[in-house]
Design a protein around this ligand. Structure first.
Ligand code: ADP
Ligand code: MG
Length: 360
């Protein structure tokens, strides 16, 4: 169902994304070793990856790195990716009916608990079978929280040496993932490697309308044209929030106005918890920046002036670093005219309201 809150797991539940799915299929068929899926929170990265894997005969292991990070009290312990990869790959071998003796043989080189050895074993096995293995790391930027294993190095090494393995990485914090992969830097390991980037964008108004109409039709419930226009105007083409709206209307049976305010209320709680995680280093200044931008103050100089009034003097350098971090975390965006805005309309609304109530 289109209005199910969780990530979609089948192509038949996915609205559109045909182009992205075929780009991914083609990249895998070409034997590309790195595919990166970028997109802000709730835009449909996990849904795209899961549906892609579900409807194909790929040999793959999917890891939700953000979940691992939170499960281990905000860290990526050294052995955990290795263990998950080993468990996932062993399950694939079991499903293929490979005997335990043969499995020991296949994995004999990887008893060192070293992830590069394990990847080598998998690559060797793929090479014999003429197969390709997909190692899918959702919200991969959290791998930077691993102190022991340098994952950008592991990935770069694998891409260089193992031709039967494709890494598929996704990330909401687009700038953070780019920093981790470091591939704009000439000296960085991933520089110059073939990379396929898929950027998931917001739905345009026409697509948003089509999405809502299809969802309501599926639920056997009518929706008025003016209601559609109103939601799109207020929450834009963020598919995740449109799903919440549809869910509140069709499953929770709320009226239009109630459903919209519920999206803002519940949505801002979710958004704020993510923002707080990102800004914990310098909360007061970050909050002042976010409020300024949410109020519609759009230029670098004006935002800085606002922050100075609210939180005291700050150097250009420090201010710029804070503003850039918010962009890296995909919380703030900068348009072609150099103006800043809050990416998520639900968050923008919440911050602006908080400001009106006189709270920072
Ligand atoms: P992300 O991983 O980018 O944060 P998710 O895949 O978790 O996004 O999707 C967020 C919400 O939007 C979920 O409720 C999901 O069901 C819905 N969604 C995302 N993409 C689609 C799509 N193409 N069709 C239908 N629903 C989608
Ligand atoms: Mg996701």
């Amino acid at each position: 169902m289109l209005f199910d809150i969780g990530p979609k797991e089948r192509r038949s539940d996915l609205f559109d994304r045909k182009k992205e799915l075929s780009e991914m299929s083609e990249a895998v068929a070409r034997g590309e070793r790195l595919i990166v899926v970028y997109g802000i929170r709730r835009i449909g990265k996990t849904s795209l990856l899961r549906s892609f894997l579900a409807d194909n005969e790929f040999l793959s292991v999917f890891l939700d790195i953000r979940k691992i990070y939170y499960m281990h009290r905000k860290a990526i312990p050294a052995g955990v990716v290795y263990e998950r990869l080993l468990a996932g790959f062993t399950e694939l071998l079991n499903n293929l009916g490979v005997s335990p003796e043969d499995q020991i043989q296949i994995l004999s080189a990887s008893q060192s608990f070293d992830i590069t050895d394990l990847l080598s074993s998998i690559d060797k096995w793929c090479s014999k079978r003429g197969a390709r293995f997909l190692f899918v790391l959702d919200e991969a930027q959290y791998l930077r929280s691993s102190r022991k294993v340098v994952y950008d190095g592991v990935i770069a090494w694998s891409i260089d040496n193992l031709k039967n393995i494709t890494f598929i990485l996704s990330g909401s914090e687009v700038g953070v993932l780019k920093d981790m992969l470091n591939y704009e830097d000439i000296k960085a390991p991933l520089y110059g490697r073939l990379k396929n980037e898929i950027v998931l964008r917001r739905l345009n108004p026409e697509e948003s309308k089509g999405f809502l109409e299809r969802g309501f039709k599926e639920a056997g419930q009518p929706i008025k044209g003016e209601e559609i226009r109103d939601v799109i105007e207020k929450i834009g083409g963020m598919i995740g929030w449109l799903v919440y709206y549809g869910y509140y209307r069709t499953v929770k049976r709320m009226g239009h106005e109630t459903a919209v305010s519920e999206v803002f209320k519940e949505g801002s709680k979710i958004s704020m918890s993510e923002v707080e995680e990102a800004v914990k280093g310098s909360k007061k200044r970050y909050t002042a920046i976010l409020i300024a931008v949410a109020k519609g103050i759009a230029t670098w100089g004006d935002i800085k002036a606002y922050v100075v009034i609210k939180t005291g003097d700050i150097t250009d350098g420090v201010f710029d670093k804070l503003l850039s971090s918010l962009i890296k975390f995909s919380i703030v965006e900068k348009n072609e005219r150099g103006q800043y805005g809050i990416v998520d309309p639900v968050l923008r609304n919440y911050l602006a309201e908080r400001n009106e109530k006189g709270k920072l």
